[in-house]
Design a binder for this molecule. Structure first.
Ligand SMILES: [Zn+2]
Ligand SMILES: [Zn+2]
Length: 241
């Protein structure tokens, strides 16, 4: 785990056959009001909590888990994490929160073939991804958490209820799987994905001034060139029409 800024830490995903999402820890350490953004793949709960402990973070300071979206590589180890941090709330965009509460796992697995493969590989059963969501986000909120204010932006296209978190004072963007380093974007062929919505979401993110890009996978960028997201959106535009 590494420190990105005084109030944002990064736990790198440990990819296997299936990728494991990065986890970001946000909040001023002195606040004792920390949030995890995403948790990662099935089986990675211990790795993630051990990483927190190694950084001297008290697990009881983790008050909530905010999901950028609910694909398996981001939410897979949620039950493992909640066993170790039982007091943590779960915050998810409404469009993915409602299915999650009903046990509708189509977004989690993205496609039937992948569901069958993962259920076999990890011994998962139908209904394993049913969770109570404490706060349903809509997009447009300013979250006062950990002595910081993070803006929520709804960015559908990779999944229906995908969100980005933006910290304006330090121009930090956590966009989930919508945009990565190296002009890459998230896939748009899974359940609930939509190419033209993804295009609109990229255009929306391009309006923000971003210096630090903290995506769900691959490398993070601490000196993002101006116009990077706009350039990414225009390179991909023809494929998202
Ligand atoms: Zn995803
Ligand atoms: Zn992902």
């Amino acid at each position: 785990m590494t420190k990105v800024t005084e109030d944002v830490y990064f736990i790198e995903g440990q990819d296997e056959y299936i990728p494991d999402s990065h986890v970001y820890v946000v909040g001023k350490p002195s606040s004792q009001d920390l949030s995890l953004v995403d948790v990662g793949l099935v089986g990675k709960g211990d790795y993630k909590t051990q990483s927190l402990l190694k950084m001297g973070i008290d697990l009881s300071a983790i008050k909530r888990i905010i999901m950028t979206h609910t694909h398996l590589d981001h939410i897979g180890c949620l039950a493992e994490i909640l066993q170790q941090i039982p007091g943590a709330e779960l915050w998810v965009h409404n469009l993915e929160a409602e299915p999650l509460e009903r046990g509708d796992e189509r977004t989690v697995y993205g496609m039937d073939m992948f569901r069958d493969m993962c259920q076999m590989q990890y011994g998962l059963k139908p209904g394993d991804f049913t969770f109570r969501v404490h706060r349903k986000l809509q997009g447009g909120e300013s979250l006062s958490i950990g002595d910081m204010v993070w803006e929520v932006i709804h960015i559908p296209g990779h999944s229906t209820g995908g969100i980005a978190l933006y910290y304006r004072p330090k121009r930090i963007l956590i966009p989930g799987d919508v945009v990565y380093a190296d002009y890459a974007i998230g896939r748009f062929d899974l359940y609930g994905a939509n190419a033209s919505e993804l295009k609109n979401s990229l255009v929306r993110l391009a309006e923000l001034e971003v210096d630090i890009l903290l995506p769900g996978h691959n490398r993070i960028v601490e000196n993002l060139p101006a116009g990077y997201i706009r350039e990414t959106a225009s390179q991909w535009g023809p494929y998202l029409a």
